[in-house]
Design a protein around this ligand. Structure first.
Ligand code: PMV
Length: 300
């Protein structure tokens, strides 16, 4: 069986969400595909290599298998991964691989898992591997769509193209979350104040996403990036990309944990297209309605 699940971007509110504030997160039209076939031992094949159960090289897939066997005992599986989502860049590739593997395992071995169960297992896998996680990524990857987190309120979003520029630098979520926590320990009132403002930005963005009011969204993105910068999760590379996009009339911010990863930009489509000529690593994404799904297997 072949299944797929989408990646995601934080539109607004990353880091603030760690402190109970709201964030807007959407699934994107880049997917991870997992093909699972019955086999007597475990074989995992991806762009990272071919292994058996391997908690170093394929941690998310290996833990996904281990967690799946708590529901259905299996002695082997052939798992092949093809992903359109860049790895470790804050676009949710780990969750997409976990959710797509669980969905394909469920279908191949007829375990009868609901999407909510797949989400719950994927959340556990994220914790198994990372030790700490908010569960946002597996939620978006399982259900698709655009959501207000932590309320889990669906948010309407127009047909907006987001420019994505990968800095090519790994974004380590745990390190960035820790960095903000340290700043907050020293200056709690100030950092809490910033988080409150980010929460207001997130809420202000909701009606504008539906109306596709690019001017207002741009202004809100600009303020959000300035505040992410203030809490120390932006970098020189990110700042340079953001400044250059700003000079082209494109509002931009980091997406996800920061420290590397990706920058997203919003603006008129001809400006965005111009930016793809300037930045080699630039590409477009849009919001994706569909979450985890079964794919037709090509005839062999
Ligand atoms: O870079 P990502 O996709 O892991 O996003 C991290 C977002 C944070 O708000 C910094 C942490 C979290 O778990 O919500």
């Amino acid at each position: 069986m072949k299944a797929s699940a989408p990646g995601k971007i934080f539109l607004f509110g990353e880091h603030a969400v760690v402190y109970g504030k709201r964030a807007l997160v959407t699934a994107i039209n880049l997917r991870c595909f997992a093909t699972v076939k019955k086999r007597s031992d475990f074989r995992i094949s991806s762009s990272l290599g071919i292994t058996g159960l391997d908690y170093e090289k394929h941690p998310y897939i290996s833990y996904a298998i281990r967690r799946f066997t708590e529901f259905k005992k299996i002695n082997g599986a052939d798992i092949e991964i093809e992903s359109q989502i860049p790895i470790a860049s804050g676009l949710g590739s780990s969750s997409a691989v976990t959710v797509s593997v669980l969905k394909a395992l469920d279908a191949e071995y007829e375990a009868g898992l609901t999407n909510e169960e797949i989400y719950e297992i994927a959340k556990k896998v994220e914790l198994d591997v990372q030790g700490i996680a908010s569960g946002t990524d597996p939620f978006i990857s399982t259900y698709g769509g655009c959501w207000l987190i932590p309320e889990r309120k669906p948010v309407k979003i127009g047909n907006i193209y987001f420019l994505v520029i990968d800095t090519g630098i790994k974004s380590i979520t745990g390190d960035m979350v820790k960095k903000v926590a340290e700043l907050r320990r020293e200056f709690q009132e100030i950092v809490d104040g910033i988080m409150d403002v980010i929460d207001k930005i997130t809420v202000a963005a909701i009606p504008n996403l539906d109306k596709m009011d690019l001017t207002s969204i741009s202004k809100l993105m600009f303020i959000n990036q300035a505040l992410l910068n203030a809490i120390g999760v932006s970098t020189k590379t990110i700042d340079e990309i953001v400044a250059e996009l700003n000079s082209m009339g494109i509002a931009a911010k980091l997406t996800g944990a920061g420290g590397g990863g990706c920058v997203i930009g919003v603006g008129e489509i001809d400006m965005l297209t111009k930016a793809t000529e300037r930045f080699k690593s630039a590409f477009f994404v849009k919001s994706e309605k569909e979450g985890a799904r079964i794919e037709e297997l090509e005839k062999e």
